[in-house]
Design a binder for this molecule. Structure first.
Ligand code: C2O
Ligand code: CU
Length: 503
């Protein structure tokens, strides 16, 4: 997008979004249903009809950690019921959520490298569901293939061997054609993997290690989530025409709370930042910036710890990406308020949450110069090269021009790649029409563009419109069929997904 067009969009948005935090009308910033970018994200902006709270008035919730129902020598067993729940997200109003155990975000699963767990998911909702552990190195039958439905009234055991290093993963719904609405209604939670190497590092721990799930939502006047589904009963897929590029909300939630506030001590904190939004990308910064030192020291990426810490003043976080960062609040005075802002937002979406440096405390953490062993892949290892273009084109699908991979809509039968187990491939990913964050199941990759990402293993890469990026992917773990797709959930639901089969 050119600068002038971006400014124009900002002005338009600013003009329409009067008093964005206390809005009482509802509407859409029209995207014309075409290939729209709003606030540097693909999508149309839906405005809440409900009155939104003043920012930084609600405390930051932290999702509860799920306890196993049973444990034996080799395995921990968990149970989750997917059901309706009620939550007071906006003060004074009730929001119905579709939640893991009825809550949004769902309970956090904390597991350990190489320790197998089994999660029994019961579906007490009245639509089919699918559970995907995003970033998991998971056998194909437990990966949440989009058509492996858990029908209402039934249950399914998902087995996770966890043969992978410590990392911030998350689990979310992956039902074919309906992932967007089902995640929007609340089906998302953290799933952390820990290991001995990470435990041995002197990083902030306990209360000073906080997961932050950032999402944007819009609310109807009664407080319900306002997802613009073409069929609100979710029997027919799709969204109304203004939102075919993606659904953007005007209320930013962190761990399910609107623009929350967190009291911190003047010490280092570790934040596991996840963008679990359907379509919104964020560029996070601190306001005020610390008088000295970087705003963020990144220690980890999607798939775990980096080799060494990397300093950033801002973090661009696309949907499904994770940034594991340390913020050092000793750079601020006690009493100071520090806002986590979104430089891509306007009005209400320009802020995310607030930290209040409430008191002094003893510092007991450090960021070591070396974090983990990360073996860099080299292009010479790549056995095969492939190119995938993500665009909106082709014949009508569910009554609209679909989002496609190499010009094709998703078909569960078609295999785009058949990498051999244990090999590395070089894929060039290209984004057209709008931005597309691309996620590959099972196989972690390294992005061959050192300026955009700190070295480290990723599972999702953010592509701006017109971008192309090369990734080196290691296919190991399991043989079988997996998907890769755009993680703009509306694009994914409207067919921007494809298969590879590890053989
Ligand atoms: Cu986070 Cu296939 O998804
Ligand atoms: Cu996309």
């Amino acid at each position: 997008m050119t600068l002038s067009r971006r400014n124009l969009l900002r002005m338009t948005a600013g003009g329409i979004m009067l008093a964005p935090l206390a809005g009482a009308c509802s509407g859409v910033i029209p995207s014309g249903g075409a290939n729209a970018e709003t606030e540097s994200s693909a999508g149309g902006l839906s405005r809440s009809a409900a009155r939104l709270p003043a920012p930084f008035t609600v405390p930051l919730p932290v999702p509860p950690v799920l306890q196993p129902v049973r444990t034996d020598a080799g395995t921990d067993y968990y149970e989750i019921t997917q059901r309706l729940g009620e939550s007071e997200i906006l003060p004074g109003l009730k929001t119905q959520v579709w939640g893991y155990d009825g809550i949004f975000p769902g309970p956090t699963i904390e597991s350990r490298r190489d320790r197998k767990i089994v999660v029994r998911h019961r579906n007490a909702l009245d639509v089919p569901v699918v559970v995907h552990l995003h970033g998991g190195r998971t056998p194909p039958e437990h990966d949440g293939y989009p058509t492996d439905l858990v029908e209402p009234g039934t249950a399914r055991d998902y087995v996770y061997p966890h043969a992978q290093p410590a990392a911030t993963l998350w689990y979310h719904d992956h039902r074919m054609d309906f992932t967007g609405p089902q995640v929007y209604k609340g089906l998302a939670g953290f799933h952390l993997i820990r290991d001995d190497e990470e435990d041995a590092l002197p990083l902030p721990k306990g209360e000073r290690e906080v997961p932050l799930m950032i999402t944007d939502r819009s609310f109807a006047a009664d407080g319900s989530f306002a997802y613009p589904a073409a069929d609100p009963t979710l029997r027919q897929p799709g969204v109304t025409s203004d939102f075919v590029s993606g659904v953007l909300g005007d209320c930013i939630l962190v761990n399910g709370a609107p623009w929350p506030a967190l009291e911190v001590t003047n010490t280092r904190y570790r934040f596991r930042i996840l963008n679990a939004s359907n379509a919104r990308r964020y560029r996070l910064a601190l306001d005020p910036a610390p008088p000295q030192g970087p705003a963020f020291v990144q220690i980890g990426s999607d798939q775990g710890l980096l080799a060494a810490p990397v300093q950033h003043d801002r973090l661009q976080v696309a949907q499904a990406e994770r940034f594991d960062v340390v913020i050092d609040f000793s750079a601020y005075r006690v009493g100071q308020q520090v806002t986590l802002v979104n430089e891509l937002g306007t009005g209400g979406t320009a802020s995310v949450m607030r930290f209040v440096v409430a008191r002094t405390a003893t510092e007991d953490s450090r960021i070591p110069a070396k974090l983990a062993d990360v073996e860099p892949l080299s292009i010479s290892e790549a056995a095969t090269e492939r190119t995938f273009t993500f665009a909106r084109n082709g014949a009508q699908h569910h009554g609209m021009t679909p989002w496609t991979v190499n010009g094709e809509v998703f078909s569960p039968e078609h295999l785009w790649a058949e990498p051999a187990l244990g090999t590395v491939e070089r894929w060039t990913l290209r984004a057209q029409n709008v931005s597309h964050p691309i996620h590959i199941h099972l196989a972690p990759f390294q992005v061959q563009d050192g300026n955009r990402y700190a070295s480290g293993w990723k599972d999702t890469v953010d592509l701006a419109s017109g971008d192309q990026v090369t990734v080196l992917i290691r296919f190991d773990g399991y043989r079988g069929k997996y998907v890769f797709h755009c993680h703009n959930l509306e694009h994914e639901d409207m067919a921007m997904m494809a298969n590879f089969q590890v053989r």
